[in-house]
Design a binder for this molecule. Structure first.
Ligand code: SAM
Length: 230
């Protein structure tokens, strides 16, 4: 049974795709997609030997060795030109690491494959990279599972340059206009953590006035975004 998180990633994979799942770990995502017939070919890329052998085992047990190729590689180095990959998934890592993998693998992105990304944190870095690299954000989702909140970004080739406002980059251009309960919970939690940080700073011998002001600005920004949706 696939997690809700990976199911959300899976829902953006077009039927008949040729997929590279980077940082595949146990390979559950490509295995699920091969079973549903959404992928006709997939690479399960892994940088670490332990997870790679987990993936190899799971793929064999599922009888999918003809469709899913486990490969030991750093990031997009798992992709060969002859694979004709049209979709890349990268899930369960920080936004900074996902951004680094995309940046270092830019040579593998010349045909602008669909990207379905699930950053655990720092989605803003990823959105900035996407708009600077010929992508638009076609869909987004945010969900809560096992007390964690996850964002999923589906980026597709931008036919003309797109621009997002600072608020759209921070909150997500789709998520901000269609605020669900997970979105509200995420940002209310952020406000709470910022308030705690401010309280701690205020109790310092010499309170850092400028930093406190910056955090207060951030709280006000978030509060306005949440209020505007009501
Ligand atoms: N994608 C799966 C998921 O979402 O459930 C697994 C996520 S797991 C937390 C992250 C995996 O990414 C680990 O197995 C790790 O070895 C792999 N990884 C980290 N950096 C990588 C890189 N540069 N290239 C390929 N795999 C990487």
């Amino acid at each position: 049974n696939l997690s809700q998180r990976l199911m959300t990633v899976a829902q953006y994979v077009k039927s008949g795709s040729r997929l590279a799942d980077i940082g595949s770990d146990h390979g559950y995502l490509p295995i699920y997609l091969a079973k549903t017939g959404q992928v006709s070919f997939a690479i399960a890329g892994e940088v670490a030997l332990g997870p790679l052998s987990n993936a190899e085992h799971e793929i064999k047990v599922a009888g999918l060795s003809d469709i899913i190729m486990p490969r030991l590689a750093d990031g997009l180095a798992a992709i060969e030109p002859t694979d004709n990959i049209d979709t890349i998934t990268i899930a369960g890592m920080g936004g900074g690491l996902i951004t680094r993998i995309l940046e270092q693998g830019r040579a593998k992105l010349t045909n602008l494959p669909d990207l379905i990304l699930q950053p655990n944190v720092d989605a803003i870095d990823l959105r900035k990279w996407l708009v600077n690299n010929h992508y638009q954000i076609a869909n987004e989702n945010i969900l809560k599972e096992d007390a964690h909140i996850y964002e999923v970004i589906h980026a597709t080739r931008a036919d003309r340059p797109v621009q997002y406002s600072p608020l759209e980059l921070m909150f997500g251009p789709h998520l901000i206009v269609n605020q669900n309960t997970a979105f509200v919970e995420k940002w209310q939690g952020k406000i709470k953590r910022l308030r705690t940080a401010i309280t701690q700073m205020q109790s310092a011998k010499v309170p850092p006035i400028q930093r406190i002001a910056n955090l207060n600005d951030e709280i006000n920004t978030i509060q306005e975004v949440l209020d505007n949706a009501r």
